[in-house]
Write a protein that binds this ligand. Structure first.
Ligand SMILES: [Zn+2]
Length: 83
């Protein structure tokens, strides 16, 4: 299930306020797609993923010209009681 439009609007608003949707660092394009699902970034050691691993839900944006991805920690966008 994708995010409701209200949540997408909030994400876009916060990312714009933070300056995260201005210029692609690779190609300098100014247009980004915001994906409507979380990406999980998982930390692991040399043996792989362990129980109790640390994982971070992230909002993913992609440059609409070159496809460069950016990941933004959800906690930097929403307060814990806000989701
Ligand atoms: Zn780009």
């Amino acid at each position: 299930m994708t995010f409701p439009q209200e949540k997408v609007d909030k994400i876009e608003k916060v990312l714009k306020e933070q300056g995260a949707l201005q210029t692609c660092e690779v190609c300098h394009n100014h247009s980004f797609r915001i994906f409507e699902k979380y990406t999980y970034i998982i930390l692991q050691d040399e043996q792989g993923v362990e129980e109790g691993q640390r994982e971070f839900p992230a909002i993913t944006t992609m440059c609409e010209n070159c496809g460069h991805f950016n990941f933004h920690n959800v906690n930097a966008i929403f307060h814990p009681d806000e989701e």
